[in-house]
Design a protein around this ligand. Structure first.
Ligand code: ISE
Length: 335
């Protein structure tokens, strides 16, 4: 069977997903593209011989569409996610699942009403081999339990419309999710520290910032978010256990050694840094949709990450005070 996919959101991320589905992955093709900018949707759809729509609702209602990818801005995800679930269609929604607790809970309720897990959140780092090996090392118990996770999330630059809020709900949300994945527990407290700002930023940004979080068992997470670092896209993570540490390797495949030193190439964006992880994530999702099964992170993971983001934003608005993360009781549906 070929899974017929509808893409909502014809921006850079959506286009990268179309390219991987059409050129690198097996078992699916894109049959429809929707974007509020209908010309943008057409530009992506036409070379594929796919249909173009001006709204997500029309695309979801198209009986030819088996499953939906949502790659619009986080704050407009909820109505499309809910409509897809109500139509009984599998949906892979880019992170964040939603930008408010209310929207996240409405999504959880819609999925439970549908009676089966249909929603996968695009937390692609869970499919990165490095993070998977880190998790295996912890689960093996060979080094004892985890005590700390040190993370660094550096972007070359961000556009002027990117806000300090986005440093948390769009950028740090990756570490929020991947630390929940690595440690297998919830984050219960969070605060935001704001060091001296870089001069290489738009004035409105508190860049860099450090998100400091604590989990149920007391593991301390620190995440440096530094989005105008200039030199490239650089992700670091070190998991500290009682008797050993494990660190994410760099993205390089080769190392250059010459008169200037010994060095490896640096990626330019998340699309190249996590190329293989995205491919794994999408290939596994396509295969699961074929079988009528859920795969990847759940709507609960999306909700829990948004709850940490909300608490972090409250900390940011209150001079970095530590804020408790409050979660609703986890429905048995998500166990
Ligand atoms: C972007 O949306 C991503 O998901 C990237 O991984 C992150 O590094 C970047 O800051 C976000 O804006």
């Amino acid at each position: 069977m070929t899974v017929k996919i509808g893409l909502i959101g014809a921006g850079g991320m959506g286009r990268a997903h179309v390219e991987r589905i059409e050129q690198e992955l097996a078992g699916a093709r894109v049959v429809a593209v929707a974007d509020l900018n209908l010309d943008g949707a057409r530009a992506v759809a036409e070379p594929l011989g796919a249909k173009a729509y001006g709204s997500g609702a029309e695309l979801i209602a198209d009986p030819e569409v088996d499953a939906v990818i949502i790659a619009t801005f986080g704050k407009v995800h909820a109505p499309d996610v809910i409509a897809a679930v109500q139509a009984g269609k599998y949906v892979l929604c880019e992170k964040p699942l939603a930008t408010t607790i209310e929207d996240s809970i409405a999504i959880l309720e819609a999925e439970q009403a549908a009676g089966r897990k249909l929603i996968t959140v695009g937390f692609m780092r869970r499919f990165d081999q490095g993070y998977q090996e880190m998790r295996k090392a912890l689960v093996s118990g060979d080094h004892g339990y985890a005590t700390l996770v040190h993370c660094r999330h550096r972007n070359p630059s961000v556009p002027e419309n990117y806000t300090t809020r986005n440093m948390i709900d769009d950028t740090a949300i990756h570490e929020i999710d991947v630390c929940r994945y690595l440690l297998g527990e919830e984050i219960v407290k969070v605060r935001i520290d704001t060091p001296r700002s870089t001069s290489h930023r738009f004035e409105h940004l508190a860049d860099p910032l450090v998100l400091v979080a604590r989990t149920e068992s007391g593991v301390l997470i620190d995440d440096e978010v530094n989005v105008n670092i200039g030199f490239g896209y650089s992700i670091e993570c070190e998991l500290v256990m009682e008797q050993g540490t494990i660190r994410l390797g760099d993205q390089n495949k080769t190392v250059v050694r010459d008169g200037a030193g010994n060095r490896n190439a640096i990626c330019g964006s998340h699309i190249d840094r996590f190329h293989d992880a995205f491919n794994q994530e999408f290939q596994q999702w396509i295969r699961a949709v074929e079988r009528g099964e859920h795969t990847g992170s759940t709507a609960w993971d999306g909700y829990a990450a948004t709850a940490v983001v909300e608490a972090a934003l409250e900390s940011l608005d209150n001079d970095g005070r530590e804020v408790d993360v409050t979660l609703i009781e986890k429905p048995a549906f998500y166990n």
